[in-house]
Design a protein. Structure first.
Length: 756
């Protein structure tokens, strides 16, 4: 939100009060309480006017400092609020406060915050003796706006943190514009706006910089970011109300910042191996019944196309009844028997749901009578005709409503359903509504999706067990990474939309989400065969892979026969990569590092990677550059070293840009020098014994290196000394591969002698 008119003036109706002079600093146990005046104190008369700003510094975890800026402290703090945990077992005692001359100092691990008592306002954040960022004169502010035509006046707290000359800002959720957010205006406000606008389904008030710190604004409501936009050398954020809290999170590189942030807000759990296989959907508005579904599944099997999950989209229920969680009896007269037949084909079953209850649904009257639906202050149920006629919203702040909703889904699990596509959750009203637990409507708008998907995920975990719960969710907020997987929403079936999706996924990864997916082929419209085939390679080289569309089916033979070959090639490739992908997923669970990574995340010291958003790293060692053009031409950047195309074996030296033309059965997929890629022996399913028959593919192993690789439950160690490469692991069926040569292990060892 912009408050200024250039550098010198405020916008009409805006008043701003800045901390100017530090009056006093109170040092407590792990806290600093700073009181600052908004005008110079020249005499006692100056103490009788104007607001005062109270700034409290604390350390919720090591390498994290929280800053709370308050104007009037009497405002009630109504729910909801993000759950913030102590990081990695650290305690507030990790903080230390002391005086250093005029400076009042708080340290947390390697991070230091300091302010000068009795001096002009300046709050600095440092690490290793280096200034990371600062709240300078005129940065923090109490802001009021006057009422104008169609808008009420407001009261806001604003902060601005200095940005260095080369500082790039990433994250803020799943955003579809340029990966680097500098120059952008971002409102943290969930909306069902597709993938081609400034709106987003997943808004996260957290950003990462390449300058050693991230910033998390601890507010579930509307947080407005001006990223080097209103003030081009500052990261600005503001919230309505009387207080603003933000956390500065230190890390010498972006991965460490993500690790520290996800330790506070939650990390994704391990997911079942079957979820990494190919998902096939009925699509949205298409006509289908059991015969249609069976035809698709048999068609996939006849063509040698591995399939792991079949998804029933919206019309598994009757029209105007979304959601009653009842199968349409005219189309599916015996759903339990149908599901049993599908599961006999070794398939998992997913069904579409959302948290909106249409007036015609049998659940509407039930929810209304029990108080499970969002109400107006008058006691009436809040309703709208947008989406479903007369629909209401489940009030997940009511524990009984959560149990009620979960029980309806539990019946489906008992019938044979394995997981849910938890759609929607963004269109949550803020005007004229009253939540069961008294939550503030503005703060609940974004937070609603957390309660919704938590309810669904916890049911799955309870019924399916730890490690076997998974959903496909569209909306998200801070902490939603605990309830994966999330997909990118409604995109067009074009090359441009494919690029938008990639930017969105990389941005979400920079926001603490470990897994991400998208609709292969695009959602809106029907892709031409070329777009469909290019999207297949991108989709199967993503965390999770789903064929889904709006008004047309997405089975490959409806496009052309080559599409069948392309889908077979990349699906089977992903299945063989499962030992490697298992390791990448493990990093998401343990450290919060996303499986799909922006180049800037993996190569923070390479300035050529700063703005790259048309390529990515899949795990530590695979560089993928999706083909986004009709003629197959793709340009991508290769970092330092000798990289090897995983598919063709071609070696490419970096650092440099490469331009190539690729057919549909190929994509730039390069292996990082020094990598050992475990490749499985099975290519028709994602869940198998990854160690049995595994091939360890060795790439440009440097002399003196020692590389540890995990496949399944076994560990392998690769070492090189001169021209001798030795791979050691448990005795069993496995082999090592180097430059086209395969060596079978004997007694748990494989040895390769390099030529020359």
């Amino acid at each position: 939100m912009k408050f200024t008119d250039g550098r010198w003036l405020l916008r009409p109706g805006v008043q701003a009060f800045h901390p100017v002079e530090v009056l006093d600093v109170e040092t407590g146990q792990g806290t600093l309480i700073i009181r600052a005046a908004v005008q110079r104190i020249r005499n006692r008369g100056d103490l009788l006017k104007g607001p005062m700003v109270t700034i409290t510094l604390s350390a919720p975890a090591r390498d994290v400092i929280a800053v709370n800026i308050t104007h009037l402290s009497g405002q009630l703090h109504r729910p909801p609020a993000f759950a913030i945990e102590s990081s990695e077992g650290d305690t507030p005692e990790a903080a230390n406060t002391y005086r250093d001359g005029q400076w009042a100092v708080l340290t947390s691990g390697e991070l230091t915050a300091r302010v000068r008592a009795g001096a002009d306002w300046r709050l600095e954040f440092l690490a290793g003796g280096r200034l990371l960022t600062a709240s300078e004169a005129g940065a923090a502010a109490i802001v009021t706006t006057a009422a104008s035509a169609g808008e009420q006046g407001g009261h806001y707290l604003r902060e601005q943190l200095s940005l260095g000359l080369d500082t790039a800002v990433y994250g803020l959720g799943e955003r579809f514009g340029p990966l680097v957010k500098n120059g952008q205006v971002v409102d943290i406000w969930n909306a069902d706006g597709g993938t081609g606008s400034e709106q987003a389904y997943k808004n996260i008030p957290f950003c990462v910089t390449n300058a050693g710190y991230g910033v998390f604004v601890n507010d579930p409501g509307r947080v407005s970011f001006e990223v080097a936009s209103e003030a081009v050398n500052r990261l600005q954020f503001s919230v309505p109300g009387q207080s603003l809290e933000y956390l500065v999170i230190y890390g010498p590189e972006p991965k460490v910042i993500l690790r520290n942030y996800t330790a506070l807000t939650g990390r994704p759990p391990a997911l079942p191996a079957w979820s990494f296989g190919l998902w096939l959907s009925t699509s949205f508005t298409t006509s289908y019944d059991e015969a249609t579904v069976t035809g698709f599944i048999e068609g996939m099997a006849e063509r040698g196309l591995p399939l792991s999950v079949f998804h029933f989209d919206t019309f598994w229920m009757r029209e105007f009844h979304w959601c009653d969680f009842e199968w349409n009896p005219q189309v599916f007269p015996d759903p339990a028997a149908m599901l049993a037949r599908l599961k006999a084909r070794d398939l998992r079953i997913c069904v579409w749901i959302n948290p909106y209850i249409a007036q015609q649904s049998a659940l509407f009257d039930e929810g209304k009578a029990r108080g499970y639906l969002l109400r107006r202050p008058s006691g009436d149920v809040w309703q709208t005709d947008l989406w479903q006629p007369g629909m209401a919203v489940v009030d997940f702040t009511n524990p009984a409503a959560r149990d009620w909703f979960a029980a309806k889904l539990d019946a489906l699990l008992g019938m044979g359903v394995d997981c849910f596509k938890s759609d929607f959750g963004e269109r949550i009203p803020v005007e004229d509504v009253e939540w069961f637990d008294g939550s503030d409507p503005e703060r609940m708008h974004n937070y609603y999706t957390y309660l919704y998907n938590q309810t669904v995920f916890e049911l799955l975990r309870k019924r399916r067990g730890e490690g076997d719960a998974v959903l496909f969710a569209r909306s998200a907020t801070t902490g939603s990474q605990r309830f994966p997987v999330h997909w990118g929403g409604d995109c067009d079936a074009t090359y441009d939309a494919m690029a938008q999706m990639l930017r969105g996924g990389l941005s979400l990864g920079m926001s603490g989400f470990g897994y991400w997916s998208h609709d292969i082929g695009g959602f809106e419209g029907t892709p031409d065969a070329a777009v469909y085939k290019r999207w297949i390679a991108f989709g199967l080289l993503s965390s999770h892979s789903r064929l889904h569309g709006s008004g047309s089916y997405r089975v490959p033979w409806l496009f052309d026969e080559e599409a069948v070959d392309v889908l077979r090639t990349f699906t089977r490739l992903k299945m063989r990569l499962m030992p490697y992908l298992q390791g990448a997923a493990g990093q998401a669970v343990s450290d919060g590092t996303p499986m799909m990574r922006a180049m800037a995340l993996e190569f923070p010291g390479d300035p050529s990677c700063t703005h790259l958003d048309r390529q990515y790293m899949l795990g530590d060692d695979l560089l993928v550059a999706p083909v986004l053009t009709a003629d197959g031409e793709v340009s991508y950047y290769v970092p330092d070293g000798v990289w090897t195309n995983f598919i063709t074996g071609e070696r490419v030296s970096g650092p440099r840009w490469v331009t190539q033309r690729h057919g549909f059965l190929s994509v730039p997929m390069l292996v990082r020098p020094g990598a050992v890629i475990p490749v499985g022996a099975v290519d028709d399913r994602p869940d198998y014994d990854y160690a049995d028959g595994v091939t360890l593919r060795l790439y440009e192993i440097p002399d003196g290196a020692r590389v540890t690789t995990v496949a399944g439950d076994r560990e392998f160690v690769t070492t090189r000394s001169g021209s001798a490469i030795r791979v050691e692991g448990a005795a069993g069926n496995w082999q090592a591969w180097h430059a086209g040569r395969t060596v079978a292990a004997r007694a748990g060892t494989a040895e390769i002698t390099l030529p020359g």
